[in-house]
Write a protein that binds this ligand. Structure first.
Ligand code: AFP
Length: 313
């Protein structure tokens, strides 16, 4: 039984997608055992940027690196690796990944995920990733939650697959996800309110003013602390996500990483009819200058993302 139905996967990319799916299914099994297995949430060190690494971060990174190597991928960039790894000389593709996003949720059984972005490899390692986000040939996430889900795009819409526990394979659930135009929910870490810029504060206060305010409708609020969980909710029922720059040291360009978090999510969201910006500029028009650079990230229902850009004047 193939790990994913090849019918909707471009043939050249099939080995890469199969490796991501097989590894994702294995990581899902490890996560599902939780404390019955090793202490997945145990701190084991720091990554290149000084972020604390959990055991599952390192384990997932090792498994995805091995899986992509077996699929003939040329270069692998990861949140957990300081430098780009050269895997298979002459390989056609370069894959960037956040192997395990949402680590703070590992020990509390909240949805976490793997985010990936695929480019056609260039001769050099860094130049394969430091290029316009619009040059991605594929992007996706695997969500490890009540269902294990794969959202995947090749630029022809955003597909949704569900890992069927009975077959161990990812089966198509939706051919083309469509992000609803209007939003009823917004997501931002409100504990940072005192650090926000004026436009961000203005947008949040418009939402909080609800039906009695200028927006003329009540908005609900969600903050999971797991980008994959927030993205899937917004792709499914609309909404807005903001991780803006703020006044805290180290957050001058937000928290989320351009190459392996922001750019792939932007590709998926826009392929589903949503918008993704840095608050003003479309993410897909931007080019990463450094492998681990952060970017302010706003995405979701078109009307809301346009309003946020308008407030930024
Ligand atoms: P971790 O992987 O370190 O838990 O970070 C998760 C994340 O990158 C993203 O998934 C969340 O949206 C965001 O950070 C949560 O950040 P805050 O903890 O500052 O709210």
């Amino acid at each position: 039984m193939p790990v994913i139905d090849p019918a909707r996967i471009p043939s050249d990319l099939l080995p890469v997608v199969e490796a991501l799916c097989a590894t994702g299914a294995e990581v899902a099994r490890i996560i599902a055992r939780g404390p019955l297995g090793q202490a997945l949430g145990a701190g084991v060190g720091e990554n290149s940027d000084g972020d604390q690494q959990k055991a599952l971060d390192v384990l997932a990174d090792e498994k995805f690196e091995a899986g992509l190597r077996s699929a003939g991928v040329r270069f692998y960039a990861s949140e957990e690796q300081e430098e780009v790894l050269s895997l298979v000389p002459g390989g056609k593709y370069a894959v960037a990944a956040d192997p395990l996003d949402g680590s703070s949720n590992i020990d509390v059984n909240v949805t976490i995920g793997t985010i990936f972005s695929v480019f056609e490899a260039k001769e050099g390692a860094d130049e394969s990733f430091l290029r316009p986000a619009s040059e991605q040939v594929a992007a996706g996430y695997i969500a490890y939650g009540p269902q294990c889900l794969l959202a995947l795009t090749f630029g022809e819409g955003t597909q949704l697959y569900v890992l069927d526990p009975e077959t161990g394979a990812f089966a198509l659930a939706e051919e083309k996800m469509t992000l609803p135009e209007a939003a009823k929910e917004f997501s931002i870490n409100s504990s940072n309110r005192r650090h926000w810029t004026a436009p961000v504060l203005a947008y949040v206060e418009e939402n909080e003013a609800g039906a009695e305010g200028a927006k003329g409708k009540n908005m609900n609020f969600r903050w999971v602390g797991s980008l994959v969980a927030e993205t899937h909710r917004i792709l499914t029922r609309g909404g807005t996500f903001l991780y803006p720059s703020d006044a805290r040291a180290g957050y001058e360009t937000g928290r989320l990483r351009m190459v392996y978090e922001v750019a792939p999510m932007a590709f998926l969201v826009e392929q589903a009819g949503g918008l993704a910006t840095d608050g003003v500029t479309p993410i897909l028009s931007l080019t990463a200058e450094k492998l681990h650079e952060r970017r302010p990230f706003v995405f979701g229902s078109r009307q809301e993302v346009e309003r946020i850009a308008e407030l930024h004047g």
